[in-house]
Design a protein around this ligand. Structure first.
Ligand SMILES: Cc1cc2nc3c(=O)[nH]c(=O)nc-3n(C[C@H](O)[C@H](O)[C@H](O)COP(=O)(O)OP(=O)(O)OC[C@H]3O[C@@H](n4cnc5c(N)ncnc54)[C@H](O)[C@@H]3O)c2cc1C
Length: 414
C-alpha cells in the first residue's frame, strides 16, 4: 500500500510480518520448489506463534479484530515468498471466514482458536475434476444418514491437502433442487473421515510447489451433521462470502510477488552494463521498469479501494465487483511485471541464479486460481451493468448532450 495511507499501527503490523518473512529459511523455499518438502507445517506454526493468522477475526478466537485494509498490508509482505507460502498463510483467513460468518457458537469455539493457534491446519476444496469455473455444477454428493452425512466424489487442486487437518468442502445435498439451491458446506476433519477420504499428491506442478496441492477422493466418508456450515442447501451464501477472502488474498499476494521481481530487476538494471552503459539508461529497459512501478501502484490502489469498501460495509454486490477487479488487475499486473523482470535480466533471468524464474512459474497460476480472470470479467461486467441500469434516473442524462439527440428514429437498437 502507499506509504502515506498507512497508519502507525499498520506500519507496525507490516514490520511484524516482515520479521516473519525474514524468518522463513531460504532452504525451505528451495526445498518446496524442488518438491522435497510437501507441506511446511512449521511455517504455519510460526505465523500462528506470532499471532499473525486470521488477523480480521475477533480476539476471543485468537485473531486481532482488524480489517481488510490491515490484512492486505500483511498479505503484500507475505506475497514476496511466492504463491505456496502466501496461500498457506491465507488459508486460515479463507476457511475461517466461513466459520466466523456461518458457524454456530460451538463450531467457532471448537475450530477457530485451534486454527489461529496453528494446532489445526486447513484447506479448501471447491474445484472438481469436472471443472472449477462452474462451481454450482458441483457433483460431489452428501447424503444424510441420521446424524452423519455420507460424502462421495472428488475434489482436485486443493492447496494444503497433504497437510491439512480440516477441509472446507462443498457437496450437493439436494440433487433435485436448482444448482444454486442444492449445495451445502462442511468442515471435514481428516481424523474423523478415516478411510472414506483419500488424499493423493498427483500433480507435477509448474510452480506453487511444496504447498501440499492434492486430490481428495471421498468414498462413503462419514461427516458428523454437526460439521455442516450454515443451513443445509445454504452453501450459495457461504460461497459468495468466501469469494471475498479467496480473491482478496490472491490480489494482495500478487502485489508482493510483483514487488519482489521489480526490485530484483531494477537493482540489476542499475548495475548491469551493455555497450559501456548501465542498462537502465536504455529506454527499452527503463520504460519497462516505469510501467511495472505504475502497474504495481495502480494495483495497490485498486486492492486498497476494494478493502476499504468491504471494511465500510458497502453494498455486497458492488464489493463483489471491486474484489473481482482487484483480483484480475493485480494478478495480470504481477504476471506482466515478473515477465518484464525476466526480460530485463536477459538470459540469466531464465536460470536459477535469480528467483525470477520461480516467481514467473508461480505468478502464471494466480490468473487461473480463485476464479479465472475470465470469470472475474463476467462478474465485473454483470455487476456493473446491474448497478448502472438501476440508477439511470439518478444521474445526468448525458446521452441527451448531443445536438440531434431527440432524433429517436435514428436510435435503432434491434
Ligand atoms: C496449483 C493449483 C492450486 C489450486 N488451489 C485450489 C484450492 O486450494 N482449492 C480449490 O478448490 N481449487 C483450487 N485450484 C483450482 C482452480 O481454482 C481452478 O483450476 C480454476 O477455478 C479453474 O477451473 P478449471 O481448472 O476446472 O478450469 P475450467 O473451469 O474448466 O475452465 C477452463 C477455461 O475455460 C474458461 N471458462 C470457463 N467458463 C467460462 C465462461 N463462462 N466464460 C469465459 N471463460 C470461461 C476458463 O476461464 C478457463 O480459461 C487450484 C488450481 C491449481 C492449478
Amino acid at each position: 500500500m502507499l506509504e502515506a495511507m498507512l497508519t502507525p499501527a499498520q506500519r507496525a503490523l507490516r514490520d511484524e510480518v516482515r520479521d516473519l518473512v525474514k524468518w522463513v529459511p531460504r532452504q525451505l523455499i528451495l526445498d518446496m520448489d524442488d518438491d522435497r518438502v510437501r507441506y511446511p507445517r512449521e511455517y504455519v506454526a510460526e505465523a500462528a506463534r506470532r499471532r499473525l493468522l486470521g488477523l480480521r477475526f475477533p480476539t476471543e478466537y485468537g485473531g486481532r479484530g482488524l480489517g481488510w485494509v490491515d490484512e492486505i498490508v500483511a498479505l503484500e509482505e507475505v506475497g514476496v515468498l511466492g504463491t505456496s507460502l502466501a496461500c498457506l498463510y491465507s488459508l486460515p483467513s479463507i476457511v475461517g471466514e466461513a466459520i466466523v460468518r456461518f458457524g454456530t457458537p460451538e463450531q467457532k469455539a471448537r475450530w477457530l482458536p485451534a486454527i489461529l493457534s496453528g494446532r489445526l491446519t486447513v484447506a479448501e476444496a471447491l474445484t472438481e475434476p469436472r471443472g472449477g469455473s462452474d462451481f454450482f455444477g458441483t457433483t460431489t454428493r452428501a447424503r444424510r444418514e441420521g446424524d452423519v452425512y455420507v460424502l462421495d466424489g472428488q475434489k482436485r487442486f486443493v492447496v494444503g491437502a497433504e497437510g491439512a487437518d480440516l477441509f472446507l468442502v462443498y457437496a450437493r445435498t439436494d440433487p433435485e433442487a436448482r444448482p444454486h439451491e442444492g449445495l451445502s458446506a462442511f468442515i471435514v476433519e481428516r481424523s474423523e473421515a478415516g478411510s472414506g477420504l483419500r488424499v493423493e499428491h498427483v500433480y507435477g506442478l509448474m510452480g506453487t510447489r511444496g504447498g501440499g496441492t492434492g486430490r481428495l477422493t471421498f468414498r462413503g466418508a462419514r461427516v458428523p451433521a454437526a460439521n455442516l456450515i450454515g443451513p443445509e442447501n445454504g452453501a450459495a451464501a457461504v460461497f459468495y462470502q468466501m469469494m471475498i477472502p479467496e480473491r482478496m488474498t490472491s490480489a494482495a499476494g500478487a502485489l508482493g510477488m510483483a514487488r519482489a521481481a521489480l526490485e530484483i530487476a531494477a537493482r540489476y538494471a542499475d548495475r548491469r552494463k551493455a555497450f559501456g552503459q548501465r542498462i537502465r539508461s536504455f529506454e527499452g529497459v527503463s520504460f519497462k521498469i516505469a510501467d511495472s512501478i505504475t502497474g504495481l501502484d495502480a494495483a495497490r490502489m485498486l486492492v486498497y479501494g476494494a478493502a476499504r469498501a468491504i471494511d465500510a460495509g458497502d453494498d455486497p454486490r458492488r464489493c463483489r465487483r471491486l474484489v473481482s477487479e482487484a483480483k484480475k488487475f493485480a494478478t495480470d499486473m504481477a504476471w506482466q511485471v515478473v515477465n518484464h523482470a525476466m526480460q530485463i535480466l536477459g538470459g540469466i533471468g531464465y536460470t536459477r541464479i535469480y528467483p525470477v524464474e520461480r516467481l514467473l512459474r508461480d505468478t502464471r497460476l494466480i490468473m487461473i486460481w480463485t476464479g479465472t480472470n475470465e470469470i472475474m470479467n463476467l462478474i465485473i461486467q454483470s455487476e456493473y451493468q446491474r448497478e448502472l441500469l438501476a440508477q439511470r434516473a439518478e444521474t445526468r442524462d448525458v446521452e441527451a448532450d448531443a445536438s440531434d439527440a431527440e432524433r429517436a428514429d435514428e436510435k435503432v437498437y434491434e
